[in-house]
Design a protein around this ligand. Sequence first.
Ligand code: 5GP
Length: 120
Amino acid sequence: MAEETIFSKIIRREINADIVYQDDLVTAFRDINPQAPTHVLIVPNKLIPTINDVTKEDEPALGRLITVAAKIAAEEGIAEDGYRLIINCNRDGGQEVYHIHMHLIGGRPLGRMLASSSQI
Ligand code: 5GP
């Protein structure tokens, strides 16, 4: 059984977060340390630690992450200019919280996908 993170408590509304959307499958809330004017985390309500742990039965929730991202982007007024969706996985991916979450980041030009210092 995977260990719960703070995101489970946010989903259950046991601790405070700026929740912008919630339904039976996913919850979306503003990142506590935003990297751009819009920085929302969209999270499956079910605890799935990493993308490596997904199964076919998770497909409805994982698909919902995308449709909710598009809805929030439109509401935030960033859909036309554009934005970036990111899911980090494990150490090399830079994952810090082990409950799958999609970052929706936008509201300014984001530049190249990876830092220019990155090497193949
Ligand atoms: P990761 O690096 O795992 O992809 O991203 C984790 C994100 O969760 C970070 O951007 C971090 O700022 C955010 N975060 C961590 N703890 C909290 C919290 O308690 N509340 C909110 N709203 N965001 C959090």
